[in-house]
Design a binder for this molecule. Sequence first.
Ligand code: TRP
Length: 332
Amino acid sequence: MEQTKKRIFSGIQPSGDLSLGNYIGAIKNWVNLQDDYECLYCIVDMHAITVRQTPADLRRRTLEVLMQYLAAGVDPEKSCVFIQSHASTHAELSWVLSCNTQMGELSRMTQFKEKSKKHEDNINAGLFTYPILMAADILAYQADLVPVGHDQLQHVELARDIANRFNHFYGDTLTVPEAYIPKVGKRIMSLQTPEMKMSKSDPNPNGFVRLLDDPDTIMRKFKRAVTDSDNVIKASPEKPGVTNLLSIYSAVTNKTMEESEREFDGKGYGDFKLAVGEAVVSALKPLQTEFDRLSKDKAYVEAVYKKGAEMANYLSNRTLRKVYKKIGFIAK
Ligand code: TRP
């Protein structure tokens, strides 16, 4: 990888099965960015353990997430695909950045406040310092752009603050990253509570569609999707359920919202939900077929993450060495 194109870093936690929200909001865009940017796509297993995980599930999910990246079109010949814990530089840089982050900055993080309410019995220090590890992920690669959902903007902002502070004290060392909110790929909301984002950790399984759900399950979830009572298929803030279905339809068929609205003009909700379900089933079909193929090719999958780890270690060690030198550590 020669640094001529701008660099992109993003990651997803292997803490649940990937949802349609992850696909439309993140992975589908990652695929499109691969030609114009130098991309690193990570499976952030170290972030996942801030919440208690069953080891066997974590192991399985990490590989499943990797295979879903590949099945969706992330190309390991173009992009660096790797597992976070395979590059020890993230933890090492994280320590240095911890010493350049204030307690007050971390305690303002909305996600920390939410997660500590949700996991009252396990408010561990890692949950608190989570955004520092995320800053390390990004800064270790001198990433220019970080594609994230709205819920992660505050963390990217903190990564910027940390980079600026480091550069201020030690001289220009770290690229100050910018959040990248893709134009296409609206926020995908829960099918049951369309005021909330679709989440792979939603306790209500009807709220989200898994990328690996079979066609019947997908159709059932769309048939049960919450709408409203006025039977008009139009996007509007007062119609979160219908708007969400229109966004999903537009995203998977690559149509604009206006085109989709026109297509369903005068139709009933029943037909509309079926059409959205069918569009999702057929959009996910090639991904699912490729996932099945990859599941039977362990050697290939292993080769991908090993090659990714090598590249990730090479790139991030360059940054880490610079950082260590700047702060006054003796070179090995
Ligand atoms: N915190 C992100 C999330 O939960 C995942 C993540 C970890 C990430 N490190 C990152 C995203 C670096 C972008 C860049 O969605």
